[in-house]
Design a protein around this ligand. Structure first.
Ligand code: CP
Length: 314
């Protein structure tokens, strides 16, 4: 079936710019990339295309998987993991930096500390910008794409599943994107469990309410574990809060074997990493834990698919 490529030549800033059909196209291309890597390691479809990775904040997975994705498809890279040795240190603005790099490359992958900054930068940039994580309160759309692909691959569907997302949801951009992207799918139940000091962002709550997805907020979640299909655990984002708040909430929720044994045999335990201590290491070998397996590995395939769709029309 022919599917229109709405990613071609466009910025990837928010999950809210994508329909269910767009996500299906991305998943279908991701399956092709998985097969390509497994069988041949990659190909040359992005030969003579260039990607700049401009990371104003630390990253291991997003940075490295985008670099690997571009190179596995034959493209070139300008990899800047940290901007301290660039003219940003002299005071150059994000808008000017984006404009400069757009002269050298075909796509810019940017992680930045300020929510909303990439949409502004995109106005000054002649090449597509991909949001690689934006601010304490913004989005991380490519992580949500990875999470949705992983769930669909394992369950064969996303519709009808019960998601329990726990932890610091005030500062967690991957789950901001995931929650909003879930509104594309029918009969989702979404339960959010947070310490009361770090509830979801108001804009996300408003979006969920308008979309009429079934969601609820609580601080207790143990009793729900036997019902959930996907348990998504988040890190307390120390870098975005005061030391005193961190001390108050760190360790509020620790997922260990005594908790996960209450979950269904067919369910998933997800975390987009890095993990500190919110999932006990004893859970890592549970067959339902996908954070060091499918969820991590799919990051490469989804980002290959996304670069291909953004840079190639067909
Ligand atoms: N999941 C994720 O965004 O990890 P990094 O911060 O290491 O890129």
């Amino acid at each position: 079936m022919f599917m229109k490529n709405d990613f071609f030549g466009k910025d990837v800033i928010s999950v809210n710019d994508y329909s269910r059909e767009d996500l299906e196209l991305l998943f279908s291309r991701t399956n092709e990339m998985k097969k390509l890597v497994e069988e041949r390691g990659g190909d040359e479809r992005l030969k003579r295309k260039m990607m700049a990775a401009l990371f104003y904040e630390p990253s291991s997975r997003t940075f490295s998987s985008f670099i690997s994705a571009m190179q596995r498809l034959g493209g070139g890279i300008i990899p800047l993991n940290g901007m301290t040795n660039t003219s940003v240190a002299k005071g150059e603005t994000l808008e000017d930096t984006a404009r400069v790099f757009s002269a050298y490359v075909d796509v810019l992958v940017i992680r930045h500390s300020q929510a909303g900054s990439l949409a502004t930068a995109a106005k000054y940039c002649s090449k597509p910008i991909i949001n690689a994580g934006e601010g304490a309160t913004g989005e991380h759309p490519t992580q949500a794409f990875i999470d949705l692909f992983t769930i669909k691959k394992i369950f064969g569907r996303i519709e009808g599943l019960h998601f329990l997302i726990i932890g610091d949801l005030a500062h967690y951009r991957p789950t901001n994107s995931l929650m909003m992207a879930l509104t594309n799918f029918k009969n989702i139940t979404l339960t959010l469990a947070t310490p009361k000091q770090v509830p979801i962002q108001d804009y996300v709550r408003k979006f969920l309410k308008v979309s009429k997805i079934s969601f609820s907020e609580t601080s207790e979640f143990d009793k729900l574990l036997p019902e959930v299909d996907v348990l998504y655990v988040t890190r307390v984002k120390k870098e975005y809060m005061s030391e005193s708040l961190y001390r108050e909430i760190q360790g509020s929720y620790i997922v260990n074997n005594s908790l996960v044994k209450k979950m269904k045999k067919k369910s998933l335990i997800m975390h987009c990493l890095p993990r500190i201590d919110e999932i006990d290491k004893e859970v890592d070998d549970d067959p339902r834990s996908v954070y060091f397996r499918d969820q991590l590995q799919n990051g490469l395939y989804v980002r290959m698919a996304l670069l291909d769709l953004v840079l190639n029309k067909d």
